[in-house]
Design a protein around this ligand. Structure first.
Ligand SMILES: [Zn+2]
Length: 167
Protein backbone atom coordinates (compact mmCIF):
# COMPACT_ATOMS: atom_id res chain seq x y z
CA UNK A 1 0.00 0.00 0.00
CA UNK A 2 2.71 2.43 0.91
CA UNK A 3 4.43 1.81 -2.40
CA UNK A 4 1.57 3.50 -4.25
CA UNK A 5 2.15 1.21 -7.22
CA UNK A 6 -1.44 0.08 -7.66
CA UNK A 7 -4.23 2.55 -7.75
CA UNK A 8 -7.42 0.60 -7.24
CA UNK A 9 -9.65 3.56 -8.01
CA UNK A 10 -8.53 3.39 -11.65
CA UNK A 11 -9.93 -0.11 -12.08
CA UNK A 12 -8.26 -3.32 -13.25
CA UNK A 13 -8.74 -4.08 -16.94
CA UNK A 14 -7.10 -0.82 -18.02
CA UNK A 15 -3.68 -1.89 -16.81
CA UNK A 16 -3.72 -5.10 -18.84
CA UNK A 17 -4.95 -3.30 -21.94
CA UNK A 18 -2.38 -0.55 -21.48
CA UNK A 19 0.43 -3.09 -21.23
CA UNK A 20 -0.84 -4.89 -24.30
CA UNK A 21 -0.93 -1.60 -26.25
CA UNK A 22 2.61 -0.81 -25.09
CA UNK A 23 3.78 -4.19 -26.34
CA UNK A 24 2.02 -3.64 -29.67
CA UNK A 25 3.91 -0.34 -30.08
CA UNK A 26 7.26 -2.11 -29.80
CA UNK A 27 8.96 -1.76 -33.22
CA UNK A 28 9.02 -5.48 -34.10
CA UNK A 29 5.29 -5.67 -33.42
CA UNK A 30 4.44 -2.96 -35.96
CA UNK A 31 4.43 -5.64 -38.65
CA UNK A 32 2.63 -8.97 -38.87
CA UNK A 33 4.77 -11.81 -37.51
CA UNK A 34 3.83 -14.04 -40.42
CA UNK A 35 3.65 -11.86 -43.55
CA UNK A 36 5.13 -8.48 -42.51
CA UNK A 37 1.97 -6.54 -43.32
CA UNK A 38 2.06 -3.24 -41.45
CA UNK A 39 -0.03 -2.38 -38.40
CA UNK A 40 -1.30 -5.76 -37.15
CA UNK A 41 -4.43 -5.53 -35.02
CA UNK A 42 -4.73 -9.18 -34.03
CA UNK A 43 -2.74 -11.47 -31.84
CA UNK A 44 -2.34 -15.13 -31.05
CA UNK A 45 -2.46 -15.09 -27.28
CA UNK A 46 -0.98 -18.54 -26.76
CA UNK A 47 1.77 -18.23 -29.38
CA UNK A 48 2.55 -14.64 -28.46
CA UNK A 49 2.60 -12.95 -31.87
CA UNK A 50 0.83 -9.94 -33.38
CA UNK A 51 -0.66 -10.69 -36.78
CA UNK A 52 -2.68 -9.06 -39.57
CA UNK A 53 -6.29 -9.77 -40.41
CA UNK A 54 -5.45 -12.12 -43.30
CA UNK A 55 -3.07 -14.22 -41.23
CA UNK A 56 -5.57 -14.13 -38.40
CA UNK A 57 -8.03 -15.98 -40.62
CA UNK A 58 -5.51 -18.78 -41.15
CA UNK A 59 -4.63 -18.93 -37.45
CA UNK A 60 -8.31 -19.27 -36.65
CA UNK A 61 -8.60 -22.24 -39.01
CA UNK A 62 -5.84 -24.08 -37.12
CA UNK A 63 -8.02 -24.30 -34.01
CA UNK A 64 -7.58 -22.74 -30.58
CA UNK A 65 -5.41 -25.63 -29.36
CA UNK A 66 -2.74 -24.31 -31.74
CA UNK A 67 -3.53 -20.61 -31.93
CA UNK A 68 -5.91 -18.60 -29.80
CA UNK A 69 -6.67 -15.48 -31.79
CA UNK A 70 -7.82 -12.27 -30.12
CA UNK A 71 -8.37 -8.74 -31.38
CA UNK A 72 -6.07 -6.24 -29.72
CA UNK A 73 -8.76 -3.58 -29.77
CA UNK A 74 -12.07 -5.43 -29.62
CA UNK A 75 -11.63 -8.49 -27.43
CA UNK A 76 -11.39 -8.75 -23.68
CA UNK A 77 -8.05 -10.07 -22.58
CA UNK A 78 -7.46 -11.88 -19.30
CA UNK A 79 -4.47 -10.89 -17.20
CA UNK A 80 -2.97 -14.31 -17.97
CA UNK A 81 -3.25 -13.78 -21.71
CA UNK A 82 -1.61 -10.36 -21.50
CA UNK A 83 1.04 -11.81 -19.24
CA UNK A 84 1.75 -14.62 -21.72
CA UNK A 85 2.20 -12.12 -24.58
CA UNK A 86 4.59 -10.04 -22.51
CA UNK A 87 6.54 -13.11 -21.50
CA UNK A 88 7.12 -14.13 -25.14
CA UNK A 89 8.36 -10.59 -25.73
CA UNK A 90 6.89 -9.85 -29.15
CA UNK A 91 7.19 -10.89 -32.79
CA UNK A 92 10.97 -10.83 -33.09
CA UNK A 93 11.40 -13.00 -30.06
CA UNK A 94 8.68 -15.47 -31.12
CA UNK A 95 10.08 -15.64 -34.65
CA UNK A 96 13.57 -16.35 -33.38
CA UNK A 97 12.08 -19.64 -32.18
CA UNK A 98 9.40 -20.43 -34.77
CA UNK A 99 11.57 -19.30 -37.70
CA UNK A 100 14.91 -20.46 -36.38
CA UNK A 101 15.68 -22.71 -39.33
CA UNK A 102 14.37 -21.88 -42.80
CA UNK A 103 15.32 -24.38 -45.51
CA UNK A 104 17.92 -22.98 -47.86
CA UNK A 105 16.43 -20.57 -50.40
CA UNK A 106 13.15 -20.41 -48.55
CA UNK A 107 11.23 -17.13 -48.68
CA UNK A 108 8.41 -16.46 -46.27
CA UNK A 109 5.26 -14.99 -47.77
CA UNK A 110 4.84 -11.21 -47.90
CA UNK A 111 1.77 -9.03 -47.29
CA UNK A 112 0.43 -9.73 -50.78
CA UNK A 113 0.80 -13.51 -50.64
CA UNK A 114 -2.16 -15.57 -51.77
CA UNK A 115 -4.33 -17.24 -49.18
CA UNK A 116 -2.85 -20.61 -50.16
CA UNK A 117 0.76 -19.45 -49.73
CA UNK A 118 -0.09 -17.84 -46.44
CA UNK A 119 -2.01 -20.86 -45.13
CA UNK A 120 0.76 -23.26 -46.12
CA UNK A 121 3.41 -21.14 -44.39
CA UNK A 122 1.44 -20.64 -41.19
CA UNK A 123 0.64 -24.35 -40.92
CA UNK A 124 4.31 -25.22 -41.45
CA UNK A 125 5.38 -22.63 -38.92
CA UNK A 126 3.03 -23.33 -36.02
CA UNK A 127 1.23 -26.61 -36.59
CA UNK A 128 4.04 -28.71 -38.08
CA UNK A 129 6.74 -26.53 -36.47
CA UNK A 130 9.05 -27.17 -39.41
CA UNK A 131 11.27 -24.17 -38.78
CA UNK A 132 11.79 -24.71 -35.08
CA UNK A 133 15.10 -25.52 -33.49
CA UNK A 134 15.31 -29.34 -33.64
CA UNK A 135 15.71 -29.64 -29.87
CA UNK A 136 12.41 -27.82 -29.38
CA UNK A 137 10.44 -30.02 -31.75
CA UNK A 138 9.86 -32.56 -28.98
CA UNK A 139 6.56 -30.92 -28.08
CA UNK A 140 5.08 -31.47 -31.52
CA UNK A 141 5.55 -35.26 -31.65
CA UNK A 142 4.03 -35.12 -35.11
CA UNK A 143 6.70 -35.19 -37.75
CA UNK A 144 9.03 -38.16 -38.00
CA UNK A 145 11.94 -35.75 -38.19
CA UNK A 146 10.91 -34.29 -34.86
CA UNK A 147 10.59 -37.58 -33.07
CA UNK A 148 13.94 -38.91 -34.28
CA UNK A 149 15.84 -35.83 -33.17
CA UNK A 150 13.83 -35.76 -29.95
CA UNK A 151 14.89 -39.35 -29.33
CA UNK A 152 18.57 -38.70 -29.87
CA UNK A 153 18.25 -35.61 -27.72
CA UNK A 154 16.69 -37.65 -24.94
CA UNK A 155 19.28 -40.40 -25.38
CA UNK A 156 22.15 -38.00 -25.01
CA UNK A 157 20.45 -36.42 -22.05
CA UNK A 158 19.91 -39.80 -20.45
CA UNK A 159 23.46 -40.98 -20.97
CA UNK A 160 24.92 -37.75 -19.64
CA UNK A 161 22.71 -37.78 -16.57
CA UNK A 162 23.46 -41.47 -16.00
CA UNK A 163 27.12 -40.65 -16.15
CA UNK A 164 26.64 -37.88 -13.68
CA UNK A 165 24.79 -40.23 -11.33
CA UNK A 166 27.35 -43.01 -11.74
CA UNK A 167 30.41 -40.90 -11.14
ZN1 LIG B 1 -0.01 -11.26 -41.90
Amino acid sequence: MSMNKYRPELGRPASGRRRLKDLLLQSDNRCCADCNAPDPKWASANIGVFICLKCCGVHRSLGTHISKVLSVTLDDWSEDEVEAMIEVGGNASANSIYEAYFPEGYTKPGPDASHEQRAKFIRSKYELQEFLKPSLRIVSGKSSLGSSSAKSFMDSFKSSSTQRLAW
